[in-house]
Design a protein around this ligand. Sequence first.
Ligand SMILES: NC(=O)c1ccc[n+]([C@@H]2O[C@H](COP(=O)([O-])OP(=O)(O)OC[C@H]3O[C@@H](n4cnc5c(N)ncnc54)[C@H](OP(=O)(O)O)[C@@H]3O)[C@@H](O)[C@H]2O)c1
Length: 214
Amino acid sequence: MQIAILGTGKMARGIAYALRETAHDITFASREPARAEALAREMSSENARTYQGTSYASAAARADVAFLAVPFVVAPTLVTSLRDHLHEKVLVDLTNPLNDDFTGLTTLDGTSAAEEIARVAGPRVKVVGALKHTFSGTFAEPTLNGGPAPDVLIVGDDAAAKQKVAELVTAMGFGALDAGPLKVARTLERMTLLLIDLATRNHWNWNAGFKILK
Ligand SMILES: NC(=O)c1ccc[n+]([C@@H]2O[C@H](COP(=O)([O-])OP(=O)(O)OC[C@H]3O[C@@H](n4cnc5c(N)ncnc54)[C@H](OP(=O)(O)O)[C@@H]3O)[C@@H](O)[C@H]2O)c1
């Protein structure tokens, strides 16, 4: 598959690293294509595989699956500009609508970042919410010092798209759980807030995640 990672920050690096042993083609995208190309060169030199780098539009145009790894505050505008390139493709929304001090959400009750992304993307883009409470620091070693890997709760209204994302998340080394329709992102985004609060108060060094035991 062609994977686009929209962004060049912490989550972009984490996702790309966690997929290093897959056969997928992975392309970073940036407002400054040279930044995406430089990150691709850096990661290609560190891992036994090749990454690419380009603009947001070019990466979205060639993608089968695109990870939206940008701040929520800029995400609706970016997705609006890319949506024609994303028709019939999977857009993985990992954004959290956090306020400036990470103590609350900027979205109103009764909605979520994922639903806002889906609204601006339009009905032809298959938006899936995932990795919202997967800290970037856990991608390098999902087993967290040898323990069980955290679960990634996956939400969306298209079963085949969720299955595709579940396979990618499993390839990254995490557990994957279908948590229901896209509107359940309202809960997932609040779970992120809870995890940030727990990590901050307990000095967990951002090395924590949720695991459902059955
Ligand atoms: N960090 C975590 O542990 C974590 C965990 C789960 C979910 N998330 C979510 O994942 C998303 C990305 O988080 P991150 O930690 O990777 O953020 P980050 O390190 O700050 O990177 C964000 C990226 O967004 C791109 N971007 C595009 N337009 C931008 C703008 N106007 N201002 C700033 N950046 C812009 C930037 O790439 P270019 O400048 O190259 O375009 C930048 O590299 C966020 O929505 C966050 O809520 C984060």
